[in-house]
Write a protein that binds this ligand. Structure first.
Ligand SMILES: [Zn+2]
Length: 443
């Protein structure tokens, strides 16, 4: 007996594909009639939407870039020329939580919110969350991001009892709420989950593991799938920790880990069509174990702000295509942002991989780190500067020893020799409620 929220999560690829293509044709018809942005974009590219019937045909449609959406928003306020329904038909206007630039806004109808809810509910269910569970909500609530009201709606759609406190309340407040209400589930960013768990003893006089939380669900920033970070979250909370991933321009939760906790399943079958591409050439990369590429998403059932072949800039690695839980959606992990990838003397360097090394050196290091991009663009011929915090109370000799070890490890594992600065704890900004940037660009 396979325990999934929706049977579609177990459909064989051929059956799913047939279903997706049906939805794709319906969606493209809606986009063609409602979205001026796409009518013009596709006419410019010489693509007739009516000729797109299969996932292969879809590859003839040019990618949609974030920058195009920004221009569309600026040129056609309030929601751009890509909005495909009248503004009065919307239920919500949300903002995207991009790490750079000004926020973008997009609309959702009630129907769109239910679609988001369906994908998100599948991911929470995969993570062991059940209807009736009391859920403490700790993602950012105040900036209009998808982790706020839409995440609350996701949990309500699953049938959970939500406590919408939000991350801005701070770790102390969230811990106090947890101590009073004993939620079974806590959802937030991975760095914040770890931070809150660590200070529980100090704030409440008892460890987080005694608060009764059984499931942690993390997302909104990378890190939840890093083995050391996961095991620390699980230890301090005495709970399982599952990671989720999505994109707020399309659907904010598209992937989620099952309780095997070794990669995020694709769970948005029938809602989003996903592709992997080579970020340099745009070529298709099949979803096979070991493959990696940038995630591209097409909404299959979106009324308000539908996107076709949207480049998410998230770079994924496919871990497996089957699982003991019975879900057949490929399991992935996020390697980093295509935008964050640096090229150091010809070697691809992911700041998230550098962080994995910093975390592996705990407790001698705090795990907090930054890569310093003190050059134009993404490529440098110089040694890359990396800053990491050492733990308090290390002697100067211990600091020098750990620095030498870390430098050796980075050279061996990541194939570049860093210019490493170890700084005292507290020097680098702490993990916040929203995304923690791993790259520092001096002004
Ligand atoms: Zn699974």
């Amino acid at each position: 007996m396979v325990d999934v929220l929706d049977e579609i999560e177990t459909w064989a690829p051929a059956r799913l594909r047939e279903h997706e293509e049906l939805l794709l044709r319906r969606q493209l018809h809606h986009v063609g009639s409602g979205s001026r942005f796409y009518r013009e974009k596709l006419a410019d590219a010489g693509v007739d939407l009516a000729s797109i019937g299969t996932v292969e045909d879809l590859r003839r449609v040019p990618f949609t870039e974030k920058e195009e959406l920004r221009r569309s928003l600026a040129g056609f306020p309030p929601l751009g020329s890509h909005v495909a329904v009248p503004v009065a038909d919307l239920a919500l206007v949300q903002a995207t939580s991009g790490t750079s630039g000004t926020p973008s806004y997009f609309g959702l109808t009630e129907h769109d919110l239910r679609v988001w809810g369906t994908a998100g509910a599948r991911a929470f269910y995969a993570a062991g969350v059940r209807p009736g569970d009391l859920v403490l909500h700790g993602w950012g609530m105040s900036k209009g991001f998808a982790g706020g009201v839409p995440a609350v709606r996701v949990l309500q759609q699953l049938g959970c009892v939500v406590i919408p406190i939000g991350g801005e309340a701070g770790a102390e407040r969230l811990l106090t709420v947890a101590a009073s209400l004993s939620p079974a589930v806590f959802c937030t960013g991975p760095n914040f989950a770890l931070h809150a768990g660590r200070i529980a003893e100090e704030v409440l006089g008892r460890p987080a593991s005694e608060l009764g939380v059984q499931r942690i669900v993390v997302g909104g920033e990378p890190g939840g799938g890093v083995p050391e970070i996961r095991s620390q979250i699980e230890t301090v909370w005495g709970a399982t920790s599952c990671e989720t991933l999505g994109n707020s321009d399309v659907v904010p939760i598209v992937f989620g880990e099952c309780l095997e906790r070794d990669g995020m399943h694709f769970v948005a079958q029938g809602l989003v069509h996903i592709e992997l591409i080579d970020p340099e050439t745009g070529a298709d990369v099949p979803f096979e174990s070991g493959a990696s590429g940038e995630l591209v998403m097409t909404a299959l059932d979106r009324q308000a702000s539908p996107l076709i072949r949207f480049r998410t800039r998230d770079h994924l690695e496919v871990l497996e295509t089957e699982c003991s839980c019975g879900r057949v959606g490929p399991k992935v992990r996020c390697v980093g942002r295509t935008d964050d990838m640096l090229i150091v003397r010809g070697v691809n360097v992911w700041p998230s991989a550098v962080r994995e090394i910093a975390v592996a050196f705990q407790p001698r290091l705090t795990g907090n780190m930054r890569v310093v991009a003190d050059f134009e663009g993404h490529s440098t011929e110089h040694r890359l500067r990396v800053r990491m915090e050492h733990a308090a109370h290390l002697t100067p000799i211990e600091v020098a020893n750990v620095a030498a070890e870390v430098e050796r490890r980075i050279t061996q594992v990541l194939a570049f020799r860093p210019r490493l600065d170890l700084v005292p704890p507290g020097v680098l900004p702490e993990a916040g409620v929203n995304k923690t940037a791993l790259v520092e660009r001096p002004a």
